[in-house]
Write a protein that binds this ligand. Structure first.
Ligand code: UDP
Length: 324
């Protein structure tokens, strides 16, 4: 019988891509999502609308669908919001995770892939961040992801739960227009939105100690990221394979380079406006991806241009078709 995985948060941008990758790998998927930010339009597999904090509901879903393992992406992810609403973030990202683990223990589901974040590192000093870099998150969002990792690790020690925690770097792009990111709080969507309003995009800080003075980030295509979940699932077949993995490209692009790529893809001339640095932004966060490539055999296949191009086509199909 085919394995079936429960994708918690599968109606979201990343979750819907994970479902797509599972299907491509011949693995069954069931989605649970409370639709707080996700959309049921993205879901083409059995779908339960509900909260992962509801232990009875999740236990029933796990039993009824004979679930092999859970991919947990049902969480809040906006750094700025986490600063003003820490209780909400601890509730949704930590308390609900505890409830999910409780339901998994009850239903004897012993495999978990957890969506973590490079935000667990906080201020990064190294040129490339390895998984054993100190974890000192600088906002409640990053804290809740780190506490989530601890919780899962401790539960794994106590019960034999097999898990992989994937620390996502800067996720971008889309595999298909209908799966595109609807959030507007990250760099690429914010650049698009500025252009839409007939304004020039803003660069938060041009005096960082980086080659062009703007922040450097590691952008990963959501399709590659989704495939990393499938690779992680395969690794859980071996006992004791619990691991924490960076998921990035291992290459940095500056904010200015990203905006130049948007200009190229959109065929527009863009003159970004320098602005004050955003509080709490580290100068440079780039993944060392040695661990995931060695342990899981996973490597990204898409570059920044493809991320920008797919996102641009998804938001303005007519305009982009006219420009070829
Ligand atoms: N950024 C920017 N202009 C914008 C949006 C973001 O200069 O309109 C910068 C931001 O300061 C950071 C980088 O782009 O250095 C990536 O920001 P994002 O919020 O996408 O992700 P983060 O790395 O903060 O998680």
């Amino acid at each position: 019988m085919t394995d079936t995985w429960l994708v918690a948060g599968g109606a979201g941008y990343i979750g819907a891509h994970v479902v797509r990758s599972l299907q491509a790998a011949g693995i069954g998927a069931v989605v649970i999502d409370d639709l707080s930010t996700g959309s049921s339009d993205r879901v083409r597999v059995p779908f339960v609308r509900g909260d992962i904090g509801n232990v009875d509901l999740v236990t029933d879903v796990l039993r009824q669908h004979e679930i092999t393992g859970v991919i947990q992406l049902a969480a809040d992810k906006q750094v700025a919001e986490s600063m003003t609403e820490p209780l909400t973030y601890y509730h949704r990202n930590v308390v609900n995770l505890m409830q999910l683990l409780t339901a998994m223990a009850r239903a004897e589901v012993d495999r978990l892939v957890f969506s973590s974040s490079a935000a667990v590192y906080g201020m990064v000093e190294a040129a490339l961040v390895t998984e054993d870099h100190p974890t000192r998150p600088i906002n409640p969002y990053g804290e809740t992801k780190l506490v989530g990792e601890w919780l899962i690790r401790d539960q794994a020690r106590a019960t034999g739960l097999r898990f992989a925690a994937l620390r996502y770097f800067n996720v971008a792009g889309t595999a298909a227009p209908e799966l595109a990111d609807l959030g507007r709080t990250n760099l690429i969507p914010m650049v698009f939105d500025a252009l839409d309003r007939g304004e020039q995009p803003v660069i938060f800080g041009c005096d960082y100690p980086t080659p062009d003075g703007t922040c450097v980030r590691d952008f990963i295509h959501v399709e590659d990221l989704a495939d990393a979940h499938v690779a992680a699932i395969a690794a859980l077949d071996s006992p004791g394979a619990a691991q924490v993995f960076n998921v990035g490209c291992g290459r940095g692009y500056s904010v200015r380079e990203v905006i130049e790529t948007v200009a190229e893809v959109a065929g527009l001339s863009i003159e970004p406006r320098p602005s004050d640095p955003r509080p709490g932004d580290p100068a440079m966060v780039v993944a060392d991806t040695e661990h995931i490539s060695t342990a899981l055999g996973w490597r990204p296949r898409h570059d920044l241009r493809e991320m920008v191009r797919s996102a641009w086509h998804a938001r303005s199909p007519q305009l982009s078709a006219a420009q070829g």
